[in-house]
Structures are given as structure tokens and as C-alpha cells.
Design a binder for this molecule. Structure first.
Ligand code: ASP
Length: 423
């Protein structure tokens, strides 16, 4: 057991969690037992990952940028990162649109099922709509304004402000590059060593990961809705999961073509991060592990990963954008609405932007879906239709989000000669 690779330990933890959760659902006191005595350990585990996310972004980005030594290197890496991220996101939306239009999962939804789901999840859907309305109230450039914090200490107190902290870290790193080396040395040494401490903490947290995912999955199983709902929404869920898997296949191919790294090597390297993404439904919570895997197991130099991955976790969500395309068209189909080509082209733009704007936390993609629906003229109340199965699908789309970030970091690393070549 001691020598088992980490991803196997995590898989065993997940499997046992599902079994214990399933067994607990069979006895009357089982759900309470799991909620009171097992779930808290899962919460502690997620909290410890989130705890590390903000200091990690600060330390690794400041270290990463200041290591670059000149601004032109930063703009090369930055430009490539953003361009590749945008391309993969648009590709994901296109794949989602093609699949959902070809399979048409919404057409098979019976009217009775539709009404049942709508009345059961009306209030939950309304909550998401309110959250989305808050985001929408502001002017067109608000998203840009939001990137610049007015107080950095304030910004670091909320994990949703990652983009603000990224902005500060980049800015601070640039400051370090621009002052003479003898002056910047102490600050740089501090962040280098701070970064090493954080990486050690991640190692320690990962030792607990098999137990953490066990608790998370057991709790999820006792709290999940009935299987009937899954059946009703089966075609939709399958279309989405198929699309998400296809996207991962595309990453594997791209990585192979551009870096020569074999699919097995890539998947083995990133597997623990994928399993954690699945268990936590949060790219931000998974970020510490994604960074560790990409650096230590996939050979990406810290100089690249420390820059590409924190930004990717926040803005590059290919799984989420693909989901938004599939879900929007599915809801339209279920309501019997035909969507013109123009509307679907609009979805490409809004789903891309909405996935960039989505926070890297559970359920964020669904809040932003409201905006996609609104733009496309699809009834927002349709959110109630897909609510029941959103959590498991969130788990799946987070895997794609994290895998996409890792793949892009390898491409960027390769393009600037920062990928170790011992394969
Ligand atoms: N949970 C996803 C993530 O953290 C975002 C989403 O809800 O789609 O990557």
C-alpha cells in the first residue's frame, strides 16, 4: 500500500467513499451519520487546499515573474498563454454546439418530466439567477475594473478575488524586475523561500488526500438526488460527458503533437490533479496539486507553470464553456425553441466570456450560464431543468478545466524551451 502511486490511493479512497455512502443510504440513520461524522473531514480537506491557494498564487507568481529577469520574456509567455487559452475555449464551445445540435438531447424530454423538474428546482434556479443578476447589473467594462483591487489585503481575504491577486502579484513581480538587482535580492529571496514552504505544505496536505476524497464522496452519495432524475436527464448528461472526454482527448493529441510526450505519460502525470478536481469541483482548490504535478511529473519549468497555471485556473475553463453551450441549447430544445445560426454564434462569444468570468469554485459555471441564456433569449427559469444533475457534471467539467490548464502550460513551456526533454 505504501508504494502505491498517489492516484491509485485516491481512486481507492473515492471507491470506498461511494461504497460507504451507498451503504449508509440504505439504513435510516446512515445519512446523518455520514453528514455528522464523515463529511466534516472532507470539508477540512477542501478548506486546507483553499487555504493554500491564495498564498500559493502570491508566492509562485511573484517568484515566477521576478525569475524572468526582463519584461520581454514576460510578454512573450503572457501573449502565448492568453492566445492558446482563448483558442482552446472557443474550440470547446464549438464542440459543445456541434454535439448538442447533432444528438439533440432536449428533444427527448417529455413534457411531464419538464414540468416536474421545473417545479422541483424553481427556487434553487432563482437563487442562481439572483447571483447572476448581481454580476450583470454593472456596466460593460466592470469586469476590467474588477481586476484591479483597491486594497490588496482586502483582496486576499476572499478566494473569489483570485484575478485581483494575480494582478497584484504580476505588478509586484514587474516592480522587482525593474529595480536594480542588489536592491531586489532580499525581497526575491523572501518570496523564493516562501514559495518552497508553501510547496512543502502541499506535499503534506496531499498525504491526506485519499482520506479527504473518501469523505467528500461518501457525503456526496448520501446527499445526491434520486436515480430517476439522472435517467430523465441521461441524454443531456451523456452528451456533456462525451464532449468533456473528447476535449481531454484533444489535449492529449495536442500535447503529443507539439511536445512528443506520450498520452500515458501525460495522463499519469496529471491524474491526481484530475481526481482531486472531480472530488472538489473546484479548479482553485486543485491548483496547488496541478502545479506540483505539472512541475515535478510533467517537466514544465517553474518559470512557466507559476505564471500559466494560476491564470489558467481562473480564466481558462474549457469544460465550463463546453457545458454552457450544451446546457443552453439543451434548455432551448426542451422548451421547443429553435435557435438560429446567429443566436448560436452569439453563444460562442457569451460562453467564452462567461467561462472566463466564472470563478474557479463549485457551481460557478451555472451562475454564468444565466448570462448565456439571457443573451440567447432562452428562458432563464430553464436552469431548474438541469439543476438536479449539475453537481456531478460540475465535477466532470472541472476535470476538463484542470487538464486544459496543464496541457496549455506544456505547450507554452515547449514553445519557450522550458520543457524538460527526458522522455
Ligand atoms: N467548478 C468549476 C471549476 O472550478 C467551474 C464551474 O462551475 O464550471 O473549474
Amino acid at each position: 500500500m505504501k508504494n502505491l502511486a498517489l492516484h491509485w490511493k485516491i481512486i481507492i479512497g473515492m471507491g470506498l467513499g461511494v461504497i460507504i455512502g451507498g451503504l449508509a443510504s440504505l439504513v435510516p440513520w446512515g445519512s446523518d451519520f455520514v453528514s455528522n461524522w464523515i463529511k466534516p473531514f472532507g470539508t477540512i480537506f477542501i478548506n486546507s487546499l483553499k487555504l493554500i491557494a491564495m498564498p500559493l498564487i502570491l508566492a509562485s507568481l511573484i517568484k515566477g515573474v521576478s525569475d524572468l529577469k526582463d519584461i520581454s520574456k514576460l510578454s512573450t509567455i503572457g501573449g502565448r498563454t492568453i492566445t492558446i487559452y482563448l483558442c482552446t475555449t472557443v474550440l470547446a464551445v464549438l464542440i459543445g454546439l456541434v454535439l448538442v445540435n447533432t444528438i439533440s438531447p432536449g428533444n427527448s424530454i417529455k413534457e411531464s418530466t419538464r414540468n416536474e423538474l421545473m417545479s422541483a428546482y424553481e427556487s434553487d434556479a432563482a437563487e442562481k439567477q439572483t447571483a447572476a443578476a448581481k454580476q450583470q447589473e454593472s456596466g460593460p467594462l466592470q469586469a476590467l475594473v474588477d481586476i484591479v483591487p483597491s486594497n490588496i489585503f482586502d483582496a486576499t481575504t476572499n478566494n473569489r478575488n483570485m484575478l485581483q491577486v494575480i494582478f497584484f502579484a504580476l505588478f509586484f513581480g514587474i516592480g522587482i524586475i525593474l529595480i536594480p538587482e542588489e536592491k531586489s535580492r532580499p525581497v526575491k529571496a523572501f518570496f523564493d523561500s516562501f514559495n518552497s514552504v508553501i510547496l512543502k505544505l502541499i506535499d503534506i496536505i496531499m498525504l491526506a488526500s485519499p482520506y479527504g476524497v473518501f469523505a467528500l464522496l461518501a457525503a456526496l452519495v448520501v446527499e445526491s438526488p434520486s436515480l430517476d432524475l439522472f435517467k430523465a436527464l441521461g441524454a443531456y448528461s451523456l452528451t456533456l460527458v462525451f464532449g468533456l472526454a473528447l476535449m481531454i482527448l484533444i489535449y492529449i493529441i495536442i500535447v503529443k503533437v507539439f511536445t512528443g510526450i506520450s498520452p500515458k505519460y501525460f495522463m499519469n502525470g496529471i491524474a491526481p490533479a484530475q481526481l482531486l478536481a472531480f472530488s472538489t469541483s473546484s479548479s482553485a482548490a486543485t491548483l496547488p496539486v496541478t502545479m506540483e504535478r505539472v512541475e515535478k511529473h510533467l517537466g514544465v519549468d517553474k518559470e512557466v507553470s507559476s505564471f500559466v497555471l494560476p491564470i489558467g485556473a481562473t480564466i481558462n475553463m474549457d469544460g465550463t464553456s463546453l457545458y454552457q453551450a450544451v446546457a443552453a441549447v439543451f434548455i432551448a430544445q426542451a422548451f421547443g425553441l429553435g435557435l438560429s445560426i446567429e443566436v448560436q454564434l452569439g453563444i460562442i462569444i457569451t460562453a467564452t466570456l462567461a467561462s472566463i468570468g466564472a470563478a474557479a469554485v463549485p457551481g460557478a459555471g451555472m451562475v454564468m450560464l444565466v448570462i448565456v441564456l439571457g443573451q440567447a433569449g432562452i428562458p432563464e427559469a430553464g436552469l431548474a431543468l438541469i439543476f438536479a444533475v449539475d453537481r456531478p457534471l460540475d465535477m466532470c467539467r472541472t476535470i476538463t478545466n484542470v487538464t486544459g490548464d496543464a496541457a496549455v502550460s506544456m505547450l507554452v513551456a515547449k514553445s519557450v524551451g522550458k520543457l524538460k526533454k527526458e522522455y
